[in-house]
Design a protein around this ligand. Structure first.
Ligand SMILES: [Fe+2]
Length: 489
């Protein structure tokens, strides 16, 4: 029995959502013909999604959800019709694993078979599986430990590594959470990079970049860090980028010596405060440093400035359970989310106030209207568990009014589970709240996925759904653009 058959057998004996991690090996391109409700005429554009398309290479299973090869989907909405396309990113890792039929490169939580010597000093390979972004005429698939891969937006064909005119190289990487400044159209992104070896060990740096949409110079700054930090995402306002270094410690000697994976070397330290770094994007310099109580912070909602305050909502937890299940997705009982909190940071004094949103929801994947990025906003969309048991995978799409605390939510259906839901504005709408939440939902009963289109102001209302001919494995992040790719005739 090969690894895929083993995974299928394991998944079929477990909770229904486990089958949502199974591979989609085929690459499709077709006009969707099965619908529920209507596809609204004022929904026009392309939803790109990225995530691991498979959890095995031939006969071997990857040891962590983060190590499956990136598969990008493009779902195009035009004139009430829907087109679907998916294609694996042809990274060197993907090509090598496919050609040889087993795991040939090391991952974040995956060792090459054969013991420590086979893994000694081997870097983590890049599956390009975490995010996808359309910016400056380039569609790129991202992974935070490597360089982006550029794709053709119409065919999803892999064009090669994107180095941004020499900004990146094998030692300088870019995160999967770049954000497009809504006023300037520039992409603000960052990389965590090794900066050398000192007396106390490895030195690292946070490199922040301001990338133009079309031509022009890249503006960058570097913040030295005396340790290897966990920084996955950041928050962007009109003038600032906020970075929070979580209370995570990495023991790097084991991974370097090939003894264990980087995933196995990370641990939550309840005595290590979160370190806050506020970057002033006008001067590209560190404006403020501050501390918050120990926490694991993964994803941020939209940020904005009000008077002297930088305000942002983000998900945080006081342990690393949110990471522990990722190395065993076919056995997890509960996909762990986190609680949403609000940070108000005085940009002049550096005083930080943290307060929870008291809604009792355990969720993740915050989203907002991308036209509002960095601007004042009072909506945070996310996915969550239906209460009270919080078991299984996320199954609820939520709209939170962050000013009033009012919640409206919709369950995606029985035996159905959803990854990140993204906001798509109604064509021509000036109201920033007017739009849809697009969720790629896995229906375990039929082992198929559908694109649910929900009213952003009240996700309980499903406007319509495009039912695919197959399933799409659970993914990480996506990008909606009003530009149209994928032919619909
Ligand atoms: Fe992420």
């Amino acid at each position: 029995m090969n690894a895929e058959a083993k995974l299928l057998s394991v998944a079929q004996g477990r909770e229904d959502f486990h089958r949502g991690f199974l591979a989609l090996q085929e690459e499709h391109a077709y006009e969707v013909k099965q619908f529920r409700g209507v596809i609204p005429l004022d929904l026009e554009g392309t939803l790109f999604r990225n995530g691991p398309g498979s959890m095995n290479a031939g006969s071997e299973a990857y040891g962590h959800w983060f190590d499956g090869p990136g598969m990008v989907s493009a779902i195009t909405f035009q004139s009430g019709k829907v087109h679907f396309r998916n294609r694996y990113v042809r990274t060197p890792k993907f090509v090598s694993d496919q050609r040889q039929g087993h795991i040939t490169q090391r991952g974040f939580g995956t060792q090459i078979k054969g013991g420590p010597l086979r893994n000694l000093f081997r870097p983590i390979s890049n599956p390009a599986n975490t995010g996808v972004s359309w910016h400056g005429g380039k569609l790129c698939a991202f992974y935070e430990g490597g360089q982006p891969f550029r794709l053709c937006p119409s065919t999803l064909e892999t064009l090669g590594p994107e180095l941004y005119d020499g900004l990146l190289n094998s030692r300088k990487t870019l995160s999967a959470h770049g954000k497009i400044h809504s006023r300037t159209g520039r992409q603000i992104n960052f990389g965590v990079n090794l900066a050398g070896i000192g007396l106390s060990g490895i030195r690292c740096a946070l490199d922040v970049h301001d990338l133009p949409s079309r031509g022009g110079p890249v503006r960058s700054c570097r913040v030295p860090l005396p340790y290897f930090p966990f920084i996955h995402d950041f928050a962007l306002s009109e003038n600032y980028g906020l970075f929070l270094v979580s209370s995570i410690r990495f023991g790097l000697s084991g991974p370097l010596m090939g003894l264990r994976t980087l995933s196995e070397s990370m641990s939550f330290d309840g005595n290590k405060p979160v370190r806050g770094l506020l970057i002033d994007l006008r001067t590209m310099s560190l404006a403020k440093e501050f501390e918050l109580p120990p926490a694991l912070v993964v994803h941020f909602g939209n940020a904005f400035e009000r008077d002297q305050e930088f305000i942002v909502d983000f998900f945080q937890s006081d342990n690393s359970e949110g990471f522990d299940w990722l190395c065993d997705v076919f056995n997890v009982e509960q996909v762990t989310g986190a609680g949403l909190v609000r940070l108000r940071l005085n940009t002049k004094t550096g005083r930080a106030l943290l307060s929870p949103h008291h809604n009792g929801l355990i969720g993740e994947f915050p989203a907002w209207n991308p036209r509002q990025t960095g601007k004042r906003t009072d909506r945070c969309y996310f996915v969550a568990h239906s209460q009270p048991d919080n078991k299984g995978f996320f199954n609820t799409v939520v709209c939170l009014d962050t000013e009033t605390g009012n919640i409206k939510s919709g369950n995606v259906g029985e035996h159905c589970h959803t990854s990140e839901a993204l906001f798509a504005p109604r064509r021509g709408a000036s109201d920033p709240h007017s739009g849809y939440l697009l969720a790629v939902v896995y229906n375990a009963l039929h082992h198929r996925s559908e694109i649910q289109i929900r009213d952003a102001e009240n996700p309980a209302i499903e406007v319509g759904a495009a039912v695919l001919n197959h399933h799409v494995p659970f993914g990480f992040h996506g990008h909606f653009t009003t530009d149209l790719f994928g032919a619909i005739h």
